[in-house]
Structures are given as structure tokens and as C-alpha cells.
Ligand binder design. Structure first.
Ligand code: MOS
Length: 748
């Protein structure tokens, strides 16, 4: 009775997100919006130095304030097990920051105390009175200043890196660059960037007996559950985590940071529920960030424009206590065909919070360098930048030698160029003008791997002909609430209004992390398989029942439509799910499936691809830069929901434009302190910065990646955008900017 997804009537149609109305009317309740009887409020006190040791904490004045219930520091906090175990999205090597357990200061803005009071205002005021004294050492926060101490990440040194991020990879001839006919060799710098989602990090923690319940903002409910269980030495089932809605995250809530632990400590101490909301300013040191990177990319080519050598050396900053790594140089090994390729990956320590994946992590930074370098090579060769990429298109994965599961990058180039009007471009910088505006057109490729991780889902079909699909997934905005429902409805052959989805609760079947663009591939596949399993149970009930018109029927003899199973040979012979359940006096029937990837990873190379085209207008007198048009084509496998998918790409392009033009976390290296920790000074793009963005999908059928054929599209739309803008900027005033963001001062 298996149903080919190509026949699917719901999949791929534009369907409005089911949580949209709740979100815009305030009906969706975020972690900090739950009300508990006897709620108290916690406010963090942060370290004002970046390196050293706490020598004393004077909390007397704070404790004497009205309403204050506790001031908790490393001196009086309950001792917690905090085992060395690395969990989930923790970096493979390092140790967890033991919040409120030790006196060492690793970075500025590290939590050193929490004040708990009856009201938020009382807690905030009392927090301002906590006096901390330090033995301060000179912090190191500049990557450039520490380059000489760069080291290969430990995980990259093993025979087979557990994350696929070996420190050094050499393919082909290591001397190829020196033999190349044409060479470019440049260095690219990307500052720290912070995710800055709308919703702040927040937790409400409450103990009932020995059990802990938390409302937490997270991209991975089961991981917060496991983390808190491990840190507090509890059985996992004694920790209940709820995270129904996530107000944006972009990677910032992939890991449980200090705040859920602090909230749970505080709730244990005051024996009441504690709400802890990290402020916008505190967010800049309370979660990870896109790490500061310096990258050297050298390209060698024939005069005819064929790559003969690629060298990519990436240096990324990490914290003092963890080795954060990402796919900084990975895409370089597979994006363009070159027989020879050298990549090198190094970390540099600093007095900073541990970085963490920020949408399109690694690939975003790496492809900025690689695709700017491709543009520089195109100009040196006097070959159109799009033509250069087409000439170096990789027909199979140059790194693994494996065939692609599917790839439509050439089609993305072609359709994107047509929509954009690329053929009207003249090559010379400053050659396209509109009055006093210099017009620049740039392009780039993007890619992101197709991941799938083990996930479980439960599907229950009720005797009234409705169904619910469940998994402990998160939905930070891509539309997982809606996608789960669509996939469930499709696989159960029910109309959309008959299927509900449930997610965001640790009592539901375990889901993979809501990150790495893999929720649809992982959780979606689990929902799909659980739906088929539930359907099969219904058929088995009917098939073994002498009263059923389907008696004796086997899977391949039947089909389903409108919640009814019938014989393919005689559609009049059949019955509805309700008929079967009611006759058997069953309220419902359910199936839970643990779904996981098969052996496809060893057989195929699986990636989504994008092609980006951007137009910039640069005021030739003032240097003011505006992006005026953007076109992005994506090959992302089968699209589940055309509407939310398209907004994934447009949203990602917006993020990429921020990376290109405005986003920069500025560090004062003397103090080791971030100086622009507010939305007034850390500039995310606003509506006025964003032009019309045309995002489209190239139809792609991929039966290799997973049962749904979905590749994941949350991040691939971000990768390459910054390079596209930098390349467009070069085309306008003829100035090559190799340091993000591309601000006015760099253009003058
Ligand atoms: Mo994404 S950076 O894996 O949330």
C-alpha cells in the first residue's frame, strides 16, 4: 500500500503555517510566558572582567533589599555533579562551563551570581548591588594577536575525525599551486557575529518533590532534558522539558547554555518556581556566536579557466575551555572540480564564550572566502564569473569520488541568470551606471550538506477519523508544526484538517536536534514511517477480520484515499479507518517508529545547492551602498511546503545580507569586552535594508537521501550570499573588500 511521494496531493503545495495566527495574535506562548503560582524572578550578575579569578563577592546590600529571596554565587550554590560527559551539540573536546561552581573567569559577561526576588524589578535592582572583586589577568581576545599559537583541533587529528573536520587534507599534488598558470592568493576576515533572535534565552524552572520541570527556549528538547539530568544527577524521566514555540534562534539555542542550570539551581534554593530571562545585552556572552575567522584562499588555474589547485587555510577562534569546530573548509573540497586541493583547519583560543553554529555555520564563512576568490580569479582570467563556475562544475564529488544523490546547481545557475538578466552584465568594474550610482552585479554558489539523524515519532489514528502526529521536535520558525502535519496527512491519506501535530515536549518520542537543516529529513521521515506503520496496523486488523470487506487483503493489494483503505482491483471493496476501529471497539490505534538513516551516506554524496545573484547600487559620491535586487535558486530535493520553504530561502538571504553589510560584534581587546551588545549598535538588517528577494526552487527528485526526498533548506540559502554581495561591490566601484561587513568606511 506504499504510496509514491510523487503522487502526493499535499506535499509541495503552498500551505499557510498553522502557528502563524497564534504567533501574530499573541496566542503562542513562549518559554517565559507561562504563569506559575508563586513565581519568582532571577536576574544574572555577569563578570566585568574577561580573565582572572573571583576573590570575593559582597552580597549583603543585595540581600537586604525588599523582596530578595537569595543571592546565589559559586560560594553558596549547591554542589552539582557536572560530569565530564560531552552531550549532543557540545564540542567534542573540552569541558562544560561549570556555572556557579568555580571562581575562574574565562570571558567577560560570564555569569557569576543570580539574584532571586519576588519581582523582576526587585531582582534587577538587587543584582546591581552585588559587588564582585577579582584578581584580574590580561585577557586575550584578538585572533590575530594569537595566530602564532594556532593549533589543530584535537578531533581533527584522529585517523578519522568524528565530525569530518580533519585538521589537514591533501588531495592530489601538494605542489599544484606553484605549477599553476594563473594564481590568486588572498586573505579574508569575518568578525564575530551574534544570532540575535527576537526571543531572548529564557527558562522557567520548578521542582516538585525531586522532579524538575522547565519551560525553556531550545532547539533540542531531549538534549536539555539529558543535560539537566546529567548536571543535577537525576534520572532522565525526572526532568520534563517543554518548548512549544521558539522565537527565532538561528543556532543560538542548539546547546543548553548556563541559564537553564542557573534557573534550576535558583528554584531549588528558593523552593519556588524561578523565571530567568537573559537580557539582550547579556545574550552577547550567554550563548555562542559565529566565530571570528581569518582565511587564506589560493586558487591556481589554467589560462582557459580550469582550476588546477585550491588551497584553503582557515583559522577560527574558540574559547579557553572548549574546542568549537565547524565546516569552515569542508565545502571547498567539494564545491568546484579541482584535481588538487589542500585544506587546513586551525583553532585559536581566546577569552570568549565558546562559539556555536550560526545558520549555515562554517559553510557560510568558508564559501565567503572561496567564492570571493573565484570572482578574483575570474577577473584575473577575464572570464565571466558565472562562466568560470560552470567550467569548474563538479559532476561527481571531487573529495569522495561518490556520485551526487542529485544535483541541480547548473540549473540553478541557468534559471537564476535568466531571471536576473545576467547576460546583460558588462564585465568591467564601474561599467554599469545609473546616474551617480555605480551598479554592481555579483554571483556566487552555495551548498550545505544533507543530514539526517535518528528521530522517533508516534502517530495515532482515532475512531472519529482524525489523527495526531507527535515528536519532541522544536520549531524555531521554519514551519515544523505545519510540515509534520502535512507529512502525516499525506501518508495517512487524510485531509489536512483531520491531522494535528504535537511537538516541543520531552514526554513525546525523541527527536533529532532542530538544526543542521535536518528536521524534515529526520523528524519528517519518522512521521512518515510512523504513519505508514499505523496504517499497516489498521490493515492487519481488517485483513484478519472475517467481517471486513478487506479480509485477507495484503499491503500490495490495497490503496488508501480519504481515510479509507480499499482494494486496488475493486475500489468498492474497502472501509474507512473509523469503520475498522469502531468495529473493534478501539478508541484509536497508534504506531511509534524509531527512524534512522540507512547506508546511503557511504554510497552517495548528498548536498543541497544554491546560486545567488545580487545587484548593488553604490553612490559614487558618498559611498552609500544598497542591495537593490537579489535572486536565489535552490536545488533542495523535494519541497514539503512551497510557502514555508520559500520563506526559508528569503529569510536566509536576509541573514546573508546582514552578514555581508551590517553584522559585526566589536570587541575592545584591552578589556576583552564586547562594546556593541545591543540591537541599536549591533545592526541586523531591517526592512529598509532589504530589497525584493526572488527565491525559487529547481524541481529535484531524489530517492536516495531519505524516504521523503527532502534535502533540508534552512541554511543553504545563507551560504554564498556574503560573497555574492562582495563580488557585486567589486563590480560597482572596483574595490575588493575582503573583510566583512562591507561598510561605508571600507568603500571610501
Ligand atoms: Mo542551525 S546553525 O544548525 O540552528
Amino acid at each position: 500500500m506504499s504510496q509514491r511521494m510523487s503522487d502526493a496531493p499535499l506535499i509541495g503545495k503552498p500551505i499557510e503555517r498553522i502557528d502563524g495566527r497564534l504567533k501574530v495574535t499573541g496566542g503562542a506562548r513562549y518559554a517565559a510566558e507561562f504563569k506559575h503560582a508563586g513565581m519568582t524572578h532571577g536576574v544574572l550578575v555577569m563578570s566585568k572582567i574577561a580573565s582572572g579569578r573571583i576573590t570575593g563577592i559582597d552580597a549583603k546590600a543585595a540581600e537586604a533589599q525588599p523582596g530578595v529571596l537569595a543571592v546565589i554565587t559559586h560560594l553558596n550554590a549547591p554542589r552539582l555533579p557536572f560530569p565530564e560527559k560531552r552531550l549532543g551539540t557540545d564540542p567534542v573536546f573540552g569541558r562544560t562551563l561549570r556555572v556557579l561552581q568555580e571562581d575562574t573567569i574565562y570571558f567577560n559577561g560570564q555569569p557569576v551570581a543570580v539574584v532571586v526576588a519576588e519581582t523582576l524589578e526587585q531582582a534587577e535592582y538587587a543584582a546591581s548591588l552585588v559587588k564582585v572583586t577579582y584578581d584580574e589577568r590580561k585577557p586575550v581576545t584578538s585572533l590575530e594577536a594569537e595566530l602564532a599559537r594556532a593549533f589543530p583541533p584535537q578531533e581533527g587529528l584522529s585517523e578519522k575525525s568524528p565530525t569530518g573536520r580533519p585538521a589537514d587534507v591533501v588531495r592530489g599534488d601538494p605542489q599544484a599551486l606553484s605549477k599553476a598558470e594563473v594564481v590568486i592568493d588572498e586573505t579574508y576576515t569575518i568578525p564575530i557575529e551574534h544570532h540575535n533572535p527576537m526571543e531572548l534565552l529564557s527558562t522557567i524552572a520548578e521542582w516538585t518533590g525531586g522532579k524538575l520541570t522547565v519551560h525553556d527556549k531550545t532547539q533540542w528538547v531531549p538534549n536539555v532534558q539529558e543535560h539537566l539530568a546529567v548536571v543535577f544527577g537525576l534520572p532522565e524521566e525526572d526532568v520534563h522539558v517543554i518548548s512549544l514555540f521558539v522565537g527565532g534562534a538561528f543556532g543560538s539555542s542548539l546547546r543548553p547554555w548556563s541559564h537553564p542550570v542557573v534557573a534550576a539551581i535558583a528554584a531549588r534554593v528558593v523552593k519556588r518556581p524561578v523565571k530567568l530571562v537573559v537580557t539582550r545585552k547579556q545574550m552577547f556572552s550567554s550563548h555562542g556566536h559565529r566565530p571570528y575567522t581569518v582565511q587564506r584562499v589560493a586558487l591556481g588555474a589554467t589560462k582557459g579557466g580550469r582550476l588546477t589547485a585550491i588551497v584553503h587555510e582557515g583559522y577560527a577562534q574558540t574559547s579557553l575551555y572548549e574546542e568549537n569546530t565547524e565546516n569552515l573548509v569542508n565545502a571547498t573540497r567539494m564545491l568546484y572540480a579541482s584535481p588538487n586541493c589542500i585544506t587546513k583547519y586551525r583553532l585559536v583560543r581566546g577569552n570568549v564564550q565558546t562559539p556555536l553554529y550560526m545558520r549555515g555555520p562554517g559553510e557560510c564563512s568558508g564559501v565567503f572566502a572561496l567564492d570571493c576568490a573565484m570572482d578574483e580569479l575570474a577577473y584575473k582570467l577575464k572570464i565571466d564569473p558565472l562562466e568560470l563556475r560552470i567550467r569548474n562544475h563538479a559532476a561527481t564529488d571531487p573529495e569522495s569520488g561518490l556520485p551526487w544523490s542529485s544535483k541541480s546547481l547548473l540549473e540553478c545557475y541557468k534559471q537564476g541568470a535568466e531571471r536576473f538578466g545576467w547576460s546583460r552584465r558588462t564585465m568591467e568594474p564601474r561599467s554599469m551606471r545609473d546616474g551617480r550610482y555605480l551598479i554592481g552585479w555579483g554571483m556566487s554558489s552555495g551548498t550545505y550538506p544533507t543530514w539526517r539523524a535518528p528521530s522517533s515519532a508516534r502517530v495515532r489514528i482515532f475512531s472519529d477519523g482524525t489523527a495526531v502526529v507527535q515528536s519532541a521536535a522544536s520549531d524555531m520558525g521554519p514551519g515544523t508544526w505545519t510540515t509534520m502535519k502535512i507529512i502525516g496527512a499525506e501518508a495517512l491519506a487524510l485531509s489536512l484538517d483531520r491531522v494535528r501535530s504535537e511537538l516541543g515536549d520531552s514526554t513525546l518520542p525523541k527527536a533529532a536536534v532542530h538544526g543542521g537543516s535536518m528536521t524534515t529529513a529526520s523528524v519528517g521521515s519518522a512521521v512518515y514511517e510512523a504513519s505508514l506503520a499505523a496504517r499497516a496496523k489498521l490493515l492487519a486488523l481488517a485483513s484478519n477480520d472475517a467481517r471486513s470487506p478487506l479480509r485477507g487483503a495484503t499491503e500490495d493489494q490495497v490503496a488508501v484515499a480519504d481515510g479509507r483503505i480499499f482494494l486496488k482491483s475493486d475500489s468498492a471493496r474497502g472501509e474507512t479507518y473509523s469503520d475498522i476501529l469502531r468495529r473493534n471497539r478501539l478508541e484509536s490505534i497508534e504506531a511509534t517508529v524509531d527512524s534512522k538513516p540507512g547506508d546511503e551516506y557511504g554510497k552517495f554524496s548528498m548536498f543541497a545547492f544554491t546560486a545567488h545573484f545580487v545587484e548593488v547600487r553604490v553612490d559614487s559620491d558618498l559611498g552609500v551602498l544598497r542591495v537593490s535586487r537579489a535572486v536565489t535558486g535552490c536545488g533542495g530535493g523535494r519541497i514539503m511546503n512551497e510557502q514555508t520553504a520559500r520563506t526559508q530561502i528569503t529569510g536566509a538571504v536576509v541573514g546573508g545580507l546582514g552578514m555581508a553589510l551590517t553584522e559585526e560584534t566589536v570587541m575592545d581587546h584591552r578589556m576583552g569586552r564586547i562594546v556593541n551588545s545591543s540591537l541599536a549598535e549591533y545592526h541586523v538588517p531591517v526592512n529598509a535594508d532589504i530589497p525584493e528577494i526572488e527565491a525559487f526552487f529547481v524541481e529535484e527528485r531524489d530517492d536516495k537521501v531519505n524516504p521523503l526526498g527532502a534535502k533540508g533548506i534552512g541554511e543553504v540559502g545563507y551560504v554564498g550570499v556574503a560573497a555574492t554581495v562582495a563580488n557585486a561591490v567589486f563590480h560597482a566601484p572596483g574595490k575588493r573588500i575582503r573583510q566583512l561587513p562591507i561598510t561605508l568606511d571600507k568603500l571610501l
